[in-house]
Design a binder for this molecule. Structure first.
Ligand code: 1PR
Length: 543
């Protein structure tokens, strides 16, 4: 098999890229030192995290000049995400660090006054310079997975072939190419079959493919730009009473059967189900190891293996949650949350989701008068891998009160009064999978974790979980108002109309379903077809 060289100085989820490259028929060699760039025939440079961290790592390891020489040599070079950003002159993210300066201009922070930042999800990369041809397999009607807060505006790039995307009213560079250079802001290895096609086109150096074969209907859809509505499939995973790792699903977090010996509900195998959901068009797959607080995740090898296996066949983002915190290993040594997260990233996770530890960190944050600890898991992981890699999973429960004055917590007026007719409620944060309530409300939690560097909120709701009665719109609105980072609505989805409702009635950035998919009541594809039929923009998985 032909070989491509990977330059991985700032490793995150590199496994998915390797899997994607192998999937399209290539093998990977690693650039281990700057001198390897002299003999490499073609190079891919993926990047994660902060621009400055990326540039300083390159600089310290002596890569800057050899990299510039490689790019100037005319041999094929591809930059991905921060690997693309590094090609520009600099970034607002870390103005002290210059970029490689191969492409003019600087990256700018998205305006968060009208939309969630980071920009996370599926957006276009519509070719500008070559309307009649597909640049490196990019197709104007396809959607690609982006996750970033800084972007290069499109102006001032004359002489470069561009593929662009729009987030809100900001148009930015999705892909840029000239001569031997191809670079994408999106992650082709996480962009389903559409992304694999881009990787393949780069590896085979197929710069331009005619688009004439595309059906008219497909061309028409190409005009519909922008971020799609993200539909996420979530798999709660735990060992059952026989010691097998199974996908389970609770009713208000109770995962035991009401009959049949009260065993753990077994809905299937995690890797197989993840693959099925990917093929079916899920925009992301989330695994939650729901009993991790009882087991040390360092020994929790099954979840690492689940990720390794899943990332071989699932080419959309994978999130892993459960047990991301500082832990004591079996030999008594402390393993930091950052090291735990690193193990998951190296096994194929794109994001880690933190639950209980985030609540404890938020409590400390307020106890110290809203000062950052610097040592919280969220802070450590987002500093190393970027805030887009850190999700905080929230497990709130409604507490009814007769009036806002009855509690110091943030209350909302609810259209669904409590058992004694209470017209107000607050949302209490819980830890350990809802087993322990804390004196902290959901708004306080999400604001604290946003300040610590979380990049996204996975907003569950214990009252709604497994009920099939629709999302808790009041909760979602309250949380969206409290933060700028994206929010994933979760718990309660029972049919496709519930997804439409949450996207129309709130400003949620994504919606997640579990039980309705696992029980085979509806497929992800049916949800997407329904949303599309209602005029909402979705991504269709392409073969
Ligand atoms: O606290 O960092 O170890 O993380 C533990 C993680 O496990 C948290 O993300 C927590 O939400 C999750 N978890 C713990 N116990 C349970 C349980 O069910 N007993 N699951 C649990 C949370 C909620 C969602 C579910 C949606 C949608 N499950 O994952 O998928 O509610 O369900 P639906 O569409 O069927 O209504 P830590």
């Amino acid at each position: 098999m032909p070989t491509v060289y990977l330059l991985d100085t700032v490793s995150g989820n590199i496994r998915s890229l390797v899997n994607a490259i192998e999937r399209v028929g290539y093998t990977v060699e690693w650039i281990k030192s700057p001198s390897d760039l002299e003999t490499a025939e073609s190079v891919i440079f993926p990047g994660v995290g902060h621009f400055g961290h990326c540039m300083s790592t390159l600089s310290k390891a002596g890569y800057i000049e050899p990299l510039k020489r490689f790019i100037a040599s005319g041999k094929p070079f591809m930059g991905i995400c921060v690997g693309m950003q590094a090609l520009f002159e600099g970034s607002e993210e870390d103005p002290a660090y210059p970029g490689l300066g191969v492409i003019p201009g600087k990256l700018k922070l998205f305006d968060s006054s009208t939309k969630a930042v980071p920009h996370i999800g599926w957006n276009s990369a519509a070719t500008r310079a070559s309307p009649d041809g597909s640049l490196y397999g990019l197709r104007p009607h396809s959607k690609y997975y982006y996750v970033h807060s800084y972007a290069r505006p499109v102006e001032g790039l004359e002489g470069w072939d561009l593929a662009t995307a729009k987030y809100g009213d900001e148009e930015f560079v999705g892909a840029v190419s000239r001569g031997n250079i191809m670079a994408t802001q999106f992650h082709p290895e996480k962009s389903g079959y559409a992304g694999l096609a881009v990787l393949k086109a780069f590896l085979t150096q197929t710069r331009l493919t005619p688009l004439s074969g595309l059906a008219t209907e497909v061309k028409e859809r190409a005009s519909v730009g922008g971020l799609t509505r993200r539909v996420i499939a979530c798999l709660d995973v735990r060992t059952n009473d026989d010691g097998d790792l199974v996908v389970t699903k609770g009713d208000q977090y109770d995962v035991r059967e009401k009959a049949d010996g009260n065993g753990v509900r077994n809905l299937g195998k995690p890797v197989e189900m993840a693959r099925k959901y990917f093929e079916d068009g899920a925009d992301e797959v989330t695994f939650l190891n729901i009993t991790s607080f009882r087991n040390c995740p360092v020994r929790d090898l099954p979840m690492l293996e689940v990720l390794r296996k899943a990332s071989e066949t699932v080419f959309v983002p994978l999130t892993i949650g459960g047990g991301i915190r500082d832990v004591v290993d079996t030999d008594g040594s402390i393993v930091s949350a950052l090291d735990v997260a690193t193990m998951y990233f190296k096994s194929g996770a794109d994001k880690v989701s933190i639950g209980s530890d985030a609540v404890t960190a938020a409590e400390e944050f307020y106890a110290r008068g809203k000062t950052l600890l610097g040592t919280a898991a969220i802070e450590q992981i987002s500093k190393a891998y970027g805030n887009q890699a850190v999700v905080v999973s929230v497990d709130p429960r409604r507490v009814y009160v007769s009036a806002p004055s009855a509690t110091p917590r943030n209350t909302i007026k609810t259209a669904f009064p409590g058992p004694n007719g209470e017209a107000y409620c607050w949302y209490q944060c819980t830890i350990k999978g809802g087993r322990e309530g804390r004196d902290l409300d959901v708004q306080q939690l999400v604001q604290a974790v946003e300040a610590m560097g979380a990049g996204e909120i996975l907003l569950n709701c214990i009252d709604k979980d497994g009920t099939n009665s629709g999302f808790d719109l009041e909760l979602i609105r309250a949380v969206k108002q409290a933060v700028k980072i994206p929010v994933i609505a979760s718990s309660g989805a029972g049919n496709p109309a519930h997804f439409e409702e949450v996207f129309r009635e709130t400003t949620t950035d994504a919606a997640l379903g579990a039980g309705m998919f696992h029980r085979g009541e509806y497929t992800v594809r049916q949800v997407k077809e329904f949303l599309e039929g209602k005029g909402l923009l979705v991504r269709n998985e392409e073969k």
